[in-house]
Design a protein around this ligand. Structure first.
Ligand code: ACO
Length: 369
């Protein structure tokens, strides 16, 4: 490129950060008054493999009718859920996360030592510490990784994938494994019909690597608001209310929520953040190949899809079979979509999560497999 009159420092900075979703202009200074505008290709973190794991044990709505005062008709009509999977009582979350990690390695045809970082999004870790990600590391024999858990409830996978992508984009790492895994059956109160019918167990994950031909994460938008802690929480078992006879008697180790408040919040935020992320990248729902929303309630997903003007074939939905698996819903849905041939290289995919924290956010990818 020819040398140019040098823009002011602020104009140079604006040009450098302005185009988050494309290559950007960087200015190389030649002297006090001249510089060269150079196109700098952004490194993007592409999803190069997907995998998921679901326990074999199917729990139907009729099975729950035997535990609490509910009905198949109520659960289906209010949530869209027909059945869910429960892991065996003596198996922890890491069982599912390890299966996903092994499947990712097999599908990509790489060794555990090719991985640089493992992030596990979960609110049901095997133990308070060590991190479940460390247990995955040990089980797959990855000897040169670091590993940590990320806690953002139903937004956990979107938070984790956006975080993992930073290490690829910065050039710090070549391969990052991002897994969402939750054994929700371990924190459900089977005396509380308003929550126990909503959730299931499962895990899913992706491998992130440097993308080619523009494939990879284009942009993300993430939020948190701790003011709404009363709407959705587990209060017992942490440092605020350490485990005691009293916390157990008061059933404080189970998930509690204000269903209607969370419902309204999810309907609003799922659409709001999805539309915002598309708009700031000059896109609309028409540009998307697939919208992969967190699977909490069919009515929440339908409302978001409607606001985004998305026809049903562009919306990934499997809540009927697996219910809400918290951090796992989005990677399970992504893996199923990929396995079903619904995604081709170059397609635009938007994933959006809303959940405990409260937390919410979206990540936009150009498919790279
Ligand atoms: N079976 C039968 N009746 C039930 C059940 C049940 N399992 N649960 C509640 N009811 C009753 C209630 O007691 C209430 O009865 P009442 O009118 O006599 O008081 C009636 O059904 C209606 O209850 P609502 O709370 O108004 O039902 P609503 O249509 O809001 O649906 C639901 C409830 C499904 C929980 C909905 O509010 C919801 O999906 N909220 C979001 C919660 C969620 O997804 N949380 C997961 C974590 S956050 C996330 O993933 C986004």
């Amino acid at each position: 490129m020819d040398s140019l009159p040098c823009p002011t420092a602020s104009a140079r900075a604006a040009a450098s950060i302005g185009a988050a979703n494309t290559s950007s202009l960087k200015y190389r200074l030649l002297g006090a008054d001249a510089c060269v505008a150079e196109e700098e290709k952004k490194i993007r973190a592409a999803i190069t493999a997907t995998a998921h794991f679901l326990p074999d044990k199917v729990i139907s709505n009729a099975d729950l009718e035997r535990l609490v005062d509910t009905s198949d008709e109520w659960i289906r009509s209010r949530t869209g859920i027909s059945e869910r999977r429960f892991l065996a009582e003596d198996e922890p979350t890491s069982t599912m996360a390890i299966a996903v990690a092994q499947e990712l390695l097999a599908r990509r045809g790489i060794a555990a030592d090719d991985i640089d970082l493992i992030i596990v999004a979960t609110i049901t870790p095997d133990m308070i510490f060590p991190a479940t990600a460390c247990l995955v590391q040990h089980a797959i024999g990855a000897s040169r990784v670091w590993a940590y858990d990320l806690s953002a409830a139903c937004s956990g996978f979107v938070f984790a994938v956006a975080t993992g992508a930073q290490f690829i984009e910065s050039g710090a790492h070549r391969r990052v494994m991002v897994i969402g895994a939750d054994k929700m059956s371990s924190i459900l109160d089977f005396e509380d019909r308003t929550t126990c019918v909503l959730f299931g167990d499962g895990a899913g994950g992706v491998l992130l690597e440097r993308g080619e031909d523009g494939a990879g994460m284009i942009d993300f938008e993430l939020y948190a608001d701790g003011a709404a802690v009363e709407c959705l929480h587990i209060k017992g078992g942490g440092s605020l209310y350490p485990p005691s006879h009293e916390t157990v008697d008061q059933r404080m180790h189970y998930i509690r929520q204000e269903g209607r408040t969370v419902f309204r919040f999810a309907v609003e935020k799922m659409a709001e953040v999805s539309v915002s992320l598309l708009e700031r990248n000059g896109l609309t729902g028409a540009d998307l190949k697939l919208f992969v929303p967190h699977q909490a309630n069919k009515r929440i997903i339908d409302a978001a899809a409607q606001r985004m003007d998305l026809p049903s074939e562009k919306v990934m939905m499997n809540i009927d079979r697996y219910a809400n698996t918290t951090a796992a819903t989005i990677p399970i849905a992504l893996a199923e979509a990929a396995d079903q041939g619904r995604l081709e290289r170059g397609d635009l995919v938007l994933m959006t999560g809303v959940g405990g924290g409260l937390t919410w956010g979206s990540a936009l990818f150009r498919w790279g497999q």
